[in-house]
Design a protein around this ligand. Structure first.
Ligand SMILES: Cc1cc2nc3c(=O)[nH]c(=O)nc-3n(C[C@H](O)[C@H](O)[C@H](O)COP(=O)(O)O)c2cc1C
Length: 191
């Protein structure tokens, strides 16, 4: 099983990365192949709306560091998308990546039943960390992005979320959420 992780936080070894690495280590122990991309280390732009992927190309025409990430996700069985909440949403780094996944959609995506260019059966693990302790705050983020990804064929998705984690490493004070990350890996590998 191929698992690609996209880290959306600029903070190295921050809360979202700790959760992602906990998940990935468990996946590796269960035999999965893993690859991590830290978006903040890459040079890339958001979608340029050139529409090349809706005219003459099946891939993104913007040639920058994100091409390798987009290709890796195409080949992956599992995508881990890990982002802290910044101003009520995913980080700008993560959003830039999400916008570029527009190339996964066929030209007539608005009207056809299977608009995705990706092979079906992929799984999404969405990792969300936030400083605010109230779970009702920012609980729209996962449904919003998992729905877009469902459209691409990520039928099965899991949320691993930690609230009230403001400082770097705070997530380590919540062993139950680290256990949850491990348990999601077990669930995915059992199937
Ligand atoms: C620019 C910025 C904006 C933030 N906005 C929010 C927010 O809107 N709501 C919230 O609960 N936490 C917010 N936070 C806190 C982060 O979500 C929190 O510290 C998170 O655990 C960071 O994850 P990381 O360690 O993986 O980077 C913000 C932090 C920064 C730096």
């Amino acid at each position: 099983m191929k698992c690609v992780c996209v880290l959306g936080s600029p903070r190295v070894n921050g809360n979202s990365e700790i959760l992602a690495q906990t998940f990935l280590k468990t996946m590796e122990s269960l035999g999965a192949e893993t690859k991590v991309y830290a978006l903040n280390k890459l040079k890339y732009r958001g979608c340029q709306a050139c529409m090349a992927c809706k005219k003459n190309l099946e891939t993104c025409a913007v040639k920058d560091d994100l091409i390798e990430v987009l290709d890796a996700v195409r080949e992956a069985d599992v995508l881990v998308l890990a982002s802290p909440v910044y101003y009520g949403d995913i980080t700008a780094q993560t959003k830039g990546f999400v916008d570029r996944t527009y190339c996964y959609l066929a030209p007539d995506f608005m009207t056809i039943p299977n608009p995705s260019r990706l092979k079906p059966g992929k799984k999404l693990v969405f990792i969300q960390t936030q400083g605010h302790p109230d779970v009702t705050q920012f609980n729209d983020i996962y449904s919003k992005y998992s729905n877009f990804l469902k459209w691409y064929g990520f039928e099965e998705s899991y949320l691993v979320r930690s609230t009230g984690v403001g400082d770097k490493g705070d997530v380590n004070k919540h062993p139950q959420i680290l256990e949850e990350a491990k348990s999601v890996a077990h669930k995915i590998c059992q199937k």
